[in-house]
Design a protein around this ligand. Structure first.
Ligand SMILES: [Zn+2]
Length: 522
């Protein structure tokens, strides 16, 4: 090859980025000091790539650039999918278009330019939602990129496989925050070469993978060597290398977690570990999460029951509405009263006596619930919803005309409350009478069931085997009321029990740990 016609930047994406000083969507030069782990991903042209990743590592910018390089320099046609057309619109408007705009000389050959299609030279990139009113793209492509694959329609992703049949390249790149197990990303990851970030302790020279919880010292709030427990610096964390755990595989797999992000400290990760486990695993550790047979049995509640009278100042009240209303009353130190009533005047009585923060079911009597919200300053009505814009958010409070409304992701807030009960984050100082027996009985019927929706995405849902979920739900409303106050997150009251998130993070292990921690009769 004659050097005269050879331009390195036509062949190397790194040379292309550095020589053109390609800017990110904010107009800043790309910064790899903290993101060394992205360099290999950027320059990996394997036909099968799978990345299970945490949130906020700059992956979408990297993949945008990779796709643009593939179209412009490798002359590949690309189909790029996201879960829905709305996701595509947001992604292209907030990431792809700004990158094109910030680098006008590099992308001067972009001619056809719409949200759903970009033409660069005589090649194309098509963007498409998997959940869409219009049919999947029928055109053929050289590479399929499935962004947020775990949250996409699994059947549609399968369908796209046929689009690369005519291509010599036939590349397929999947990446996503994981959800539960058994989606496209996890299936591909399991058969990949499973690259993990490998670092070397400067003290004892032991090579090791960064792992939760072993690589973090909870007490010192720092990263530590798994072998000699020396504190690990950010420099040590960032200067790791990818190490394949299954090197025979031809599928290139990467697992990206916050543990390798030098700009995220141990303290922040420890804080996140105390919150929602689904969020922590999916978005912080980049791991699938399925807590399996979570349950609140009779003994679980009796374990956190105390004969002592609990003293508190700030009262919280959760009310589930039906023909018979169920309520749970407590304060910052625990639950002190559970019961049922029919007349709304009874609720007025509770409000006057305790002046609690109230969270009340918005259904089925929305008008009555609204009356209480209007009448009492510290009253909220609750709607169960999913926050599509921020899937990691499980509780959010209405503002402006939505003042007095709290939204919660039903099944994930139940997960969290079950976890609070299992970890004794509050006590029960309630007389063991018929009401409390009924309370325990209803919790005992709650089951966490796995369901697969029409898009092939695994979900789970809490249901009662008898349909009697009222006391469980009024406990959820009580917990939401507690969250509303100045107290914010639940404060552990007695010593922490066993850590629920085990490093192995498998269903079997977790249910065993839970069973052991709660003396369940399996
Ligand atoms: Zn060491």
């Amino acid at each position: 090859m004659s050097n005269k016609n050879f331009k390195l930047e036509d062949h190397s994406i790194l040379a292309w980025i550095l020589r053109n000083d390609i800017k990110n969507e904010k107009g800043e030069s790309l910064e790899f000091k903290d993101r060394k782990f992205l360099l290999d991903i950027l320059t990996d042209w394997n036909k099968d790539i799978v990345i299970k990743k945490c949130s906020q590592v700059g992956g979408s910018v990297i993949f945008n650039l990779k796709v643009l390089f593939a179209v412009q320099k490798k002359k590949w046609n690309v189909i790029y999918t996201m879960p829905s057309d709305g996701d595509v619109e947001e992604f292209v408007k907030s990431k792809t278009n700004p990158i094109l705009r910030e680098n006008p000389s590099v992308f001067s050959s972009v001619s056809q330019d719409s949200i759903y299609m970009k033409q660069i030279g005589d090649r194309f990139v098509f963007f498409k939602g998997t959940i869409s009113k219009t049919a999947a793209i029928a055109t053929t492509a050289d590479v399929l990129v499935h962004d947020e694959a775990s949250r996409s329609d699994q059947m549609v992703i399968e369908t796209y496989k046929s689009r690369t049949k005519a291509s010599k390249i036939k590349a397929r790149w999947l990446f996503s925050n994981p959800t539960t197990e058994k989606d496209a990303v996890d299936i591909a990851w399991q058969v990949s070469d499973k690259k993990e970030w490998n670092i070397k302790c400067p003290e004892c020279k032991a090579e090791q993978l960064l792992m939760w919880p072993h690589s973090i010292d909870i007490e010192r709030e720092c990263f530590q060597c798994i072998s000699c427990h020396a504190e690990l610096s950010n420099e040590t964390r960032r200067s790791g290398e990818w190490q394949a755990q299954n090197p025979e595989s031809k599928i290139s797999g990467y697992h990206v977690s916050h543990l390798m992000c030098a700009w995220i400290g141990a303290k922040e990760i420890i804080e996140d570990s105390k919150g929602d486990h689904g969020y922590f695993n999916n978005f912080v550790l980049g791991e699938p999460y399925n807590p399996g047979d979570l349950r609140v049995s009779r003994s679980t509640i009796l374990d956190v029951w105390t004969p002592k009278e609990l003293v508190g100042h700030d009262y919280y009240l959760g009310v589930d509405v039906g023909n018979v209303k169920h309520y749970v009353l407590g304060h910052e130190n625990g639950i002190v009263e559970v019961g049922r009533f029919k007349e709304w005047s009874f609720l007025d009585g509770l409000m006057k006596k305790y002046d609690p923060t109230l969270v009340i079911d918005a259904m089925p009597e929305t008008t009555m619930s609204r009356l209480f919200v209007d009448k009492y300053r510290k009253a909220y009505m609750c709607w169960f919803q999913e926050n599509n814009a921020n899937p990691q958010t499980i509780v959010w409070w209405g503002e402006k005309d939505k003042q007095g409304i709290v939204y919660a992701h039903r099944d994930r807030i139940i997960d969290q409350v079950v976890d609070d009960i299992l970890n004794a984050r509050w006590l029960y100082s309630v007389p063991i009478d018929d009401e409390f027996r009924e309370y325990i009985k209803q919790w005992d019927t709650m089951r966490r069931e796995k369901i697969v929706n029409t898009r092939g995405i695994e979900h789970y849902r809490w249901t009662s085997t008898t349909g009697q979920d009222h006391f469980a739900l009024s406990t959820i409303y009580f917990a939401l009321a507690r969250k509303s106050g100045g107290h914010g997150e639940f404060i552990p009251l007695i010593d922490e029990r066993q850590e629920l998130i085990d490093s192995a993070n498998t269903v079997g292990d977790l249910s065993a740990i839970l069973a052991e921690a709660n003396n369940w009769q399996e």
